[in-house]
Design a protein around this ligand. Sequence first.
Ligand SMILES: [Zn+2]
Length: 424
Amino acid sequence: MITLGTYSIGVGDRFAHQAKAQLEACILAGKAGIEIIPVWNKSNREHTIIGSEPSSTRAAADAAVKALGWTKPYFCDADHANLTTVDWFLAPCDFFTLDVADYIGKPAEPSSIDSFVGRHSELVGVIELEGVELEGMGRGIEITPELLRATAAKFLFAIEEAGRIYRKIEAAKGKGKIIPEVSMDETDSAQTPAELLIILAAIADEGIPIQTIAPKFSGRFNKGVDYVGDVAQFGREMALDMAAIRYAVERYGLPSNLKLSVHSGSDKFSIYPAIHASMKTFSTGVHLKTAGTTWLEEIIGLAEAGGDGLALAKKIYAEAFDHSAELCAPYATVIDIDPAMLPSPTKVSGWTSEQFTAALRHNQGSPAYNPSFRQLLHVGFKIAAKMGRRYLDLLEAYESVIAKNVTENLYARHIAPVFLGLEK
Ligand SMILES: [Zn+2]
C-alpha cells in the first residue's frame, strides 16, 4: 500500500517549468532535519484554463526528481476530481482528491440515513477526545441525536458519491495503489469538528481508505493572501479536528496516517503558528496544499530580471486589469479584490523592477505590498497561457532568477513556519 508521509506539501506548477525549484525547497527542508513529501497538484479547472494535460504534470515531476536525485516518495494529485473529470487523471496520478462539495445537502435515501444513525449510536453523547484538554477545550465534543441525523442527512449523499468516484479509481489503479483524499472545502459553510467526526464515520462505512481530508475551516482562505478570520477560533477548531481524526482512526479503522489537508494553504501566515502547535500537541502532520503561489513567483522573477521580463510582467498585469471580471469569475468565492486598490496599467507601466516586485511579493511588513494587485495577478494566469511560447521563452531565459524566488517562497514562507515552527 502506498502511504503519504507525516509532513507533505501540495505544490502547483501551472506552466510545468518549476518542479525542480519546488523540489529544491523539500531538499532544503531535509537539510534542516525534516522530511517533506512533495505532491504536485493541478485541478481539472487549471488544466482546462491553461490547455495542459495531467500527463504533463507527471512528466515534469518525474524529470525534476531524476535531475535532483530525489529518492523519497513523491506524488501527482488529481486535484478536485469527480466522476466526470477523473478519466484523464487515472494513468498519470497516484493521489486523488475526491471533490464532493457540490453534493453536500443533496438528499440521501431515507433508509440510508436511518441505517447510518442506527449503526452509530456510539456517536451520541459527549465523545471524549484525547488531547483536547491540553488545549483548554474540555473533554471533547457533544453530539445530540438530532445533530447526528441532521449531519447524516446533509453529508451522506456526498460521501456515497465519494465512494462511487473512489471505486472507479480503485478499479482502474488497484487496491492500495493510490492515496485518496476527500475534499469538501469549496462550499459555503464550514464543517464543525462534530460534523467532521460524523463524516469520517460515514467515509469509513463507505470503505474509502482516505489518508487526507480537506474540510472547509471557518474564516476566509482567499487565494494567495493571508487568512481572514478569528485566528484563536481557527486554532481551537483545528485542534478538535485533529482529535476527531485520531478518534476516528482508532474507532473506525481508517488509515493510521490520516491527517488534515489544508486547501488554499499558501500565504496563510497568521495561522501557521496555530497549525504547527496543533501538530505538536497531537503528534500528527498536515498536508499543506498550495498552488498559484508558484505562478506569482514566476511573475516576480520576470519583473526582477528587468528588460523584456519586466515588460512582459507589466503587459500581463495590463491585460489582467482589462479582463478582470472574466478572470475573477471562476474564483469568486476565494478572492476579495478592492478595485479601488488596483493601480492603472498606465501607472504600472512606469514602475521599476523594485516597485513591481514590492507591490506583488507577499511581504506584509512592506508598505508597498498590494493584496488586490496580487490577487488579480493570481487569477490572471490565463493571460500568460494565451501568450504561449512568448511567455515560456522568457521563463526559460530567466530560469535562475525565477527559480530562486520559487524555492525561497516555498521554503522560507511556507515550509519553515508550518513544519519547522520558525518565524518567517
Ligand atoms: Zn480545494
